[in-house]
Design a protein around this ligand. Structure first.
Ligand SMILES: Nc1nc2c(ncn2[C@@H]2O[C@@H]3COP(=O)(O)O[C@H]4[C@@H](O)[C@H](n5cnc6c(=O)[nH]c(N)nc65)O[C@@H]4COP(=O)(O)O[C@H]3[C@H]2O)c(=O)[nH]1
Length: 862
C-alpha cells in the first residue's frame, strides 16, 4: 500500500501558495496514530517550522500545543476515527516561542486499495480574530458596571493596552465649541493623563468627526502637517471612530495612536466600533445626568420660586424658595392647586386672560399679587409655561415666580428719585415734562394752562458766599413759598439749580400775570436764614398753552425765552412770552457771542463824566462809563450789554479791564497835573467774586495811584442782595483805602437803617429823582430827605442826572455835596474830557476832597 508523499508539481504550488496551511496525515503502520506525510509551505510563515520539520518529527505538533489547549485538542482529535472529521481552534507555539491561534479542520479519508487510511486538514491563522475576541471579552468585562468618567477612562486604557497602542483618547464635541474636542479620557504610555481640549482643524480627528472611521499607517505628519501634537508624539498609526448619539449625529471621537506602523485588523476595528457605540450611549447618559444635576441644582438652589403642576394644575413639586416665599411647606401644597395663593387682588378677568395666553401660546408672564400662608400679600413676577408631550398634549405646567417686593420698593424709590427733587420735595424737570405731555396730549378740548419759569437772581453768589447749606435752606424756603402762593391746583417743580417751574390750570392772562407778580413779591420778601435778613429777587417767564405752543418743547422754550427776557431786562419782574421773543432770544445769543469777542477785539472804550463840587463847582473826579463799539451795530449802551455780561459771567474779565483802564487814565491825568478821583462801577457778580480785592490792589500798585483816588460804585441792589460776607468784603476795600459809593440810591430796597452798618463814603441819588425834582414837589421832597438822611449817616451825597441849571439852586439848598450830569458834560472819551477839563472855565487845581490838584472847575452852560 502506497502512502502518497509526493504531489504533482502543479498541485503543490497551488497548495504552497495558499495562505492556509494544508496538511495530510497517514495512519501509522503500527498503532492508531497518524503521522504527517505532507505540510504545505505556508506553515513556516505561520509557525516558524518548515514542512520538513513537521515531517521529520511526527510529535512536533503535539509538542507545540498550548498546555491549556492540549487535553481538549487531543480528545477532539481522538474523535476523528469515530466522527470522520475534527473542527477546532487552539493555540500552537511558534518557533519564536509565541503562540498562534489556528482553526484546524481535518477530514478522515478511509483507506482504499491503493492507499492506507489518511486524513487531510487545513490550518487557518485566526490569531487576529482571537485577539479581537479577547479584547472584546476583556474590555467588556473590565468596563461592565462602570459609568461616567470611570467608564471613559477604563475604556481607553483597556482598549489601548489590549491592542498595544501607546495613545488613546475619548473626546467629546460640545455645542458651544463645535470645532474643538474636549477629552473625557486621555491615555498615554501606560497611564491616564489630565484631560485637555484641542482644535480639530488639520487633525485626523476632523475626518472622524465628519462621520468616517479613519485608519492611517505610516508617516502621519505628511498627511497632517499642521497637527503638531501628532508630530511631537511621533505617531505612525492612527485609528479613530466617530461616537454617535441616538440620532446618528457625531458627538465625539474614540481614537488610538501608535508610534510604529501597525495593522488594525477588521475585527479589532469592529470591536472598537462596538465600544464607540457604547461610549455614545454613555456620553448621552452623562450629558443627561449633567443636565439633570444642573436642573436639580437650579430647582433646589434657585432664589426664584418654582412650582410644577400636572395638566390639571395639581401641584406636584415646589422648590425650597417657593416654600420660603409662600410660607407653605411642600407637603401642604402637594395635590392642591395654585389657587391657594390667590390674594383676591386680581379679578377673574385677569386669570381668564392668563389661561387664554397659556392655551394659545403655551406661555404667560406678568405681575400679580399672591398671599402668603400667614395672610400677608406680596407682589411677584410670574412666568408660566405649559409642557407638552410629543403629541402636543399638555402634561405639566411650570411656574417660576420671583418675589418683587424689594424690586417694587426700589421701583417706587427710582420713580421718586426720577420724578422728584430730593432737596425740596418738589417734582423735577422730568415730572414737569411728563405732566406737560399729558396736558398737551389731552388737548382734545384744549385745556389751557400757564407755564411759569422762575429763576432766582444771583443765587450763585449766595452759594459762594454763604455756603451751600444756606443755599439749600433758601431753595427749600423758596419752594415752600411758591407752593403756598400757587395753591393746590398748581404743580410746582424744581427744574434746575435755582430754577422753578409752575404749571397752573389758568386760562386767564390777567390772573396769570397776578400770580407771577405775587411770586416775584413773595420770593423777594427777606429770608431769616442768617443773622441779617437775606433778600433774594427773582425773574419769571410765562408761557400760555395753547397760545404759545401746543407741544411740550415749544412751551418750555417759550417760558424759558420769556424768563431770559425778564432777566435781561433788569430781573425782579415777570415777562409773558411774546411772538417776537424768539427772534429777540436769537439776537441776544448773537450779542452774547459778540460780547465774548469784544474784549479780544478791543471794542470797549471808557468814557468819563465829571463829578463836581456843588458849591465851588470844582471837578473833583470822574465816573468811568463803559462803551462798546460794536463793529456792525455801532455804539451799544451799557444798559443793553451789562445785564448780559452779568448773566454770562463775562462781567468779571470786563470789569477787570475797566478797573485797569480807569486807573491807567487816572494816573495819566495825574501826570498832567490833574489829580482826579475816578469812580468805577462794580456789578454784583464782580463784587462777590474772589478776585476783586486783589485786582484793585494790583491796579493801584501798577499805576502808582493812592487808594483814595479810586471809588468803587456799587448799586443798592448789590448791597441789599445781601450775605453775611458783604460787610467783610466792604471792610476789605476799606482796608485797601479805596472809597465806596452807593449808586442808584432810591431805586431798590432803600433801607437807611442798616446802611449805617456799612462803611460807605458816598450816596448817589438816582437820576430819576433828580430829573423831576425841578417840576415835581414829591420828588424834590424825596431828594431832600435822602440828602438829609445821608448827611445824618455822615455820607457825602452826589446827585446824578443833573441836566439843567435849574437843578443847581435846589441842590445847593438841600445841601447836596456833589453833582454830575449832562448839564456839565456828557460822558466823554479820555482825550475829549481832558480837552473839556482844560477848557472848563476857572481851570484851577482841585482834588476830590477839595484839595488843590490842577483839575478843571467851573459850570457848563450849554
Ligand atoms: N438822562 C441822563 N443820564 C445821565 C446824565 N448824566 C449821566 N447820565 C447817565 O447816567 C448813567 C450813570 O451811570 P450809572 O447810574 O452808574 O449806570 C450805569 C452803570 O450802572 C452801568 N455801567 C456803565 N459802565 C459800567 C461799567 O464799567 N461796569 C459796570 N458794572 N456797570 C457799568 O450802566 C449804566 C448806564 O450807563 P450809561 O448809559 O453810561 O449812563 C450813565 C450816564 O451816561 C444826565 O444828566 N441825564
Amino acid at each position: 500500500m502506497n502512502i502518497p508523499t509526493a504531489l504533482p508539481d502543479d498541485l503543490r504550488w497551488v497548495l504552497d501558495g495558499s495562505p492556509a496551511v494544508t496538511y495530510a496525515l497517514a495512519r501509522a503502520e503500527q498503532g492508531p496514530s497518524f503521522r504527517p506525510v505532507f505540510v504545505s509551505a505556508h506553515v513556516e510563515q505561520l509557525l516558524g517550522y518548515a514542512p520538513v520539520d513537521w515531517l521529520a518529527n511526527p510529535m512536533l505538533w503535539e509538542q507545540c500545543l498550548h498546555p491549556q489547549d492540549r487535553a481538549r485538542v487531543l480528545s477532539n482529535s481522538a474523535r476523528l476515527q469515530t466522527d470522520g472529521w475534527v473542527d477546532h481552534e487552539y493555540r500552537v507555539r511558534h518557533r519564536d516561542g509565541g503562540y498562534r491561534w489556528v482553526h484546524d479542520r481535518l477530514r478522515l479519508l478511509p483507506a482504499t486499495a491503493e492507499r492506507p487510511e489518511m486524513a487531510v486538514g487545513v490550518w487557518q491563522d485566526i490569531t487576529a480574530r482571537q485577539r479581537a475576541d479577547n479584547l472584546l471579552r476583556t474590555v467588556s468585562h473590565l468596563t461592565a458596571g462602570v459609568t461616567g468618567e470611570a467608564f471613559f477612562q477604563a475604556l481607553v486604557r483597556h482598549l489601548a493596552e489590549g491592542m498595544g497602542m501607546r495613545y488613546a483618547l475619548l473626546g467629546e464635541l460640545t455645542r458651544r465649541e463645535p470645532r474643538r474636542v474636549r477629552t473625557r479620557a486621555l491615555y498615554m504610555d501606560g497611564g491616564l493623563v489630565p484631560n485637555m481640549s484641542y482644535n480639530l482643524a488639520g487633525t485626523p480627528c476632523a475626518e472622524v468627526v465628519s462621520n468616517e472611521p479613519c485608519l492611517y499607517t505610516g508617516d502621519l505628519s505628511s498627511y497632517f502637517p499642521d497637527d503638531e501634537m501628532l508630530h511631537e508624539m511621533g505617531v505612525k498609526t492612527y485609528f479613530g471612530v466617530p461616537i454617535l448619539d441616538a440620532y446618528g449625529s457625531v458627538t465625539g471621537v474614540l481614537a488610538f495612536m501608535h508610534d510604529e506602523p501597525r495593522e488594525v485588523s477588521a475585527t479589532e476595528r469592529a470591536v472598537i466600533s462596538l465600544f464607540a457605540a457604547r461610549a455614545g450611549t454613555e456620553l448621552a447618559r452623562s450629558r443627561v445626568e449633567e443636565q439633570l444635576r444642573l436642573t436639580d441644582q437650579v430647582f433646589e438652589g434657585s432664589r426664584d420660586a418654582i412650582i410644577i403642576t400636572d395638566a390639571d394644575s395639581r401641584i406636584l413639586q415646589v422648590n425650597p424658595a417657593f416654600e420660603a416665599i409662600s410660607g407653605y411647606r411642600e407637603e401642604e401644597l402637594l395635590g392642591r392647586t395654585p389657587r391657594i395663593l390667590q390674594s383676591g387682588q386680581q379679578g377673574t378677568g385677569f386669570y381668564r386672560e392668563m389661561w387664554q395666553a397659556l392655551n394659545e401660546n403655551g406661555h404667560w408672564q406678568g405681575e400679580l399679587w399672591n398671599r402668603r400662608a400667614d395672610g400677608r400679600t406680596y407682589p411677584s413676577l410670574l412666568s408660566v409655561s405649559a409642557v407638552t408631550d410629543h403629541q402636543g398634549e399638555v402634561t405639566h405646567y411650570i411656574g417660576i415666580a420671583s418675589d418683587i417686593t424689594s424690586h417694587k420698593a426700589a421701583e417706587r424709590q427710582i420713580n421718586y428719585l426720577s420724578h422728584y427733587d430730593t432737596l425740596t420735595g418738589l417734582g423735577n424737570r422730568r415730572m414737569l415734562e411728563e405732566e406737560l405731555d399729558r396736558v398737551v396730549r389731552n388737548a382734545r378740548g384744549v385745556r389751557p394752562v400757564g407755564l411759569l419759569f422762575l429763576d432766582l437772581d444771583r443765587f450763585k453768589n449766595i452759594n459762594d458766599t454763604l455756603g451751600h447749606d444756606t443755599g439749600d435752606q433758601l431753595l427749600r424756603e423758596v419752594a415752600q413759598r411758591l407752593q403756598e402762593v400757587a395753591g393746590a391746583q398748581a404743580m410746582v417743580c424744581r427744574v434746575g439749580g435755582d430754577e422753578f417751574a409752575l404749571l397752573v390750570p389758568e386760562r386767564d392772562h390777567d390772573r396769570c400775570a397776578r400770580l407771577a407778580r405775587q411770586l416775584v413779591e413773595v420770593v423777594g420778601q427777606p429770608y431769616k436764614l442768617t443773622e441779617r435778613p437775606l433778600v433774594v429777587t427773582c425773574s419769571v417767564g410765562v408761557a400760555m398753552h395753547p397760545r404759545d405752543g401746543n407741544r411740550r418743547e415749544a412751551l418750555i422754550s417759550a417760558a424759558d425765552t420769556a424768563l431770559h427776557y425778564a432777566k435781561a431786562h433788569g430781573s425782579n419782574h415777570h415777562q409773558f412770552h411774546e411772538p417776537g421773543m424768539t427772534a429777540a432770544a436769537a439776537e441776544r445769543l448773537h450779542l452774547e457771542n459778540d460780547l465774548r469777542e469784544a474784549l479780544r477785539r478791543a471794542e470797549f472804550e471808557l468814557h468819563y463824566q465829571p463829578i463836581l463840587d456843588t458849591r465851588s463847582l470844582q471837578v473833583l473826579g470822574v465816573e468811568a462809563l463803559l462803551r462798546w463799539h460794536h463793529p456792525e451795530e455801532g455804539m451799544i449802551p451799557p444798559d443793553r450789554f451789562i445785564p448780559l455780561a452779568e448773566e454770562t459771567g463775562l462781567i468779571r474779565p470786563m470789569g477787570a479791564w475797566v478797573l485797569q483802564t480807569a486807573c491807567a487814565q487816572a494816573a495819566r491825568w495825574r501826570e498832567l497835573g490833574m489829580a482826579l478821583s475816578v469812580s468805577v462801577n462794580v456789578s454784583g457778580e464782580q463784587f462777590f467774586g474772589d478776585e476783586l480785592p486783589r485786582a484793585v490792589r494790583d491796579a493801584l500798585a501798577r499805576h502808582r495811584l493812592p487808594p483814595e483816588a479810586l471809588t468803587l460804585e456799587i448799586t443798592e441792589s448789590t448791597l441789599m442782595h445781601g450775605s453775611l460776607n458783604i460787610e467783610a468784603r466792604l471792610d476789605d476795600f476799606k482796608a485797601i483805602g479805596v472809597r465806596l459809593s452807593l449808586d442808584d440810591f432810591g431805586t431798590g430796597y432803600s433801607s437807611l437803617s442798616y446802611l449805617k452798618r456799612f462803611p460807605i463814603d458816598t450816596l448817589k441819588i438816582d437820576k430819576s429823582f433828580v430829573r423831576d425834582m425841578v417840576t415835581d414837589e414829591h420828588d424834590r421832597t424825596l431828594a431832600n430827605t435822602v440828602i438829609a438822611m445821608g448827611h445824618g449817616l455822615s455820607l457825602a451825597v452826589v446827585a446824578e442826572g443833573v441836566e439843567s441849571a435849574e437843578h443847581m439852586p435846589l441842590l445847593r439848598q438841600a445841601g447836596c455835596d456833589r453833582v454830575q450830569g449832562y448839564h456839565f458834560s456828557r460822558p466823554l472819551p479820555a482825550r475829549k474830557l481832558t480837552e473839556w477839563l482844560r477848557a472848563f472855565r476857572g481851570n484851577t487845581a482841585s482834588g476830590p476832597d477839595g484839595g488843590t490838584t490842577g483839575a478843571a472847575q467851573g459850570e457848563r452852560t450849554d
